[in-house]
Design a protein around this ligand. Structure first.
Ligand code: ZN
Length: 321
């Protein structure tokens, strides 16, 4: 094969995929496993090397036909050193794990780039999705957690170590008693994302709101993006309050982004965007309620377009940066 391809690896807590794409983003081949996250990290790296080799073999692609491998990982990344600083969605925690060096041993001669999953999705949207043609944008994913990635003058803004764009940990409510995974209270993601819906449900119960779907403090652990959406459709006041408040928190977060970066565009992705038009409209309204007369040219807010394989495509896109 003479046409050069790009390889993406999406390394998450539940799913590990490797795929080959053409440089225009067209999917060529893909392999996925679901049994990796309990393994030791050296074994996870071996599984990645096997998956990449398998997808190359199945597409009859040689290593010299692949421009590089981009790996998107749900983790804190030291970008320049190619290290995973720490993870939370895997059975075994690691600190300063030399991921790129380890994978390079198993895939010699191949260029490997490691970044966090939100940065990869941001770059994928910039190259192939809603951000095509823009030069300055911020991608925000609202899902189990909240993550983000920043493009400035056509380049990823990574900061000193690689954690730039982690808007989910910007603190929205300094008096909040909802504790985030980072140890702080009142982070945007602790007030608005799926992982915290059980805590938020209990908080509303404690404040005196009544559940109309029979959820108690003891059973609130079952609340996630899907059950909250179902509860909202059934008219449960707590589910409705959580979704509305989530939209307000995201809207205020977008305002903070606007004040700091003044981007042309913010792209919203992630599972909670399936809450629908009501959710997106409320995010926009909240954002605009803060801007008053200060916004002479509107910052655009659009939904992500790269879809189901956003993480994979974004990872592969990193090769083209
Ligand atoms: Zn946090």
């Amino acid at each position: 094969m003479s046409e050069k391809l790009i390889c993406g690896v999406d390394l998450g807590g539940t799913k590990l995929s490797a795929a080959l794409f053409k440089t225009d983003g067209t999917l060529v081949g893909k392999e996925t496993v679901y049994d990796h996250s309990d393994k030791q990290w050296d074994d996870i790296v071996s599984v990645i090397a096997e998956l990449v080799t398998k997808v190359m073999d199945s597409c009859s692609v040689m290593a010299e036909d692949v421009l590089g491998i981009g790996v998107a990982c749900a983790a804190h990344i030291h970008f320049k050193k190619g290290m995973i600083v720490t993870v939370s969605n895997f059975a075994h925690n690691i600190y300063d794990y030399p991921f790129v060096d380890k994978l390079s041993v198993l895939l010699p001669g191949m260029r490997i780039i490691l970044d966090n999953d939100a940065n990869a999705q941001a770059f994928g949207e910039f190259m192939f999705g809603a951000g095509k043609g823009y030069h300055n944008l911020v991608f925000v994913t609202v899902s189990t957690g909240i993550g983000g990635g920043i493009i400035v003058n056509d380049k990823m803004l990574r900061g000193k170590v690689g954690t730039a764009g982690e808007v989910g940990h910007s603190i929205i409510d300094i008096d909040s008693d909802v504790k985030c995974t980072c140890g702080n209270y009142g982070c945007a993601m602790a007030l608005a994302s799926g992982l915290f819906f059980p805590d938020l449900y209990r908080m509303h119960l404690k404040k005196g709101l009544e559940s109309s779907i029979g959820i108690t403090a003891e059973t609130a652990d079952q609340m996630n993006g899907q059950t909250i959406e179902e509860g909202m459709k059934k008219g449960d006041p707590i589910c409705t309050a959580i979704v509305e408040n989530s939209a307000d928190v995201v809207g205020s977060t977008l305002y903070n982004i606007y004040k700091m970066l003044d981007p042309e565009l913010v792209i919203l992705g992630g599972g909670l965007m399936s809450f629908g038009d009501m959710y997106l409209n409320r995010i926009r309204e909240r954002f605009l309620s803060h801007t008053h007369e200060m916004m002479s040219e509107a910052m655009e807010i659009k939904l992500a377009e790269t879809g189901r394989d956003a993480g994979l495509l974004g990872a592969a896109a990193l090769v083209l940066e």
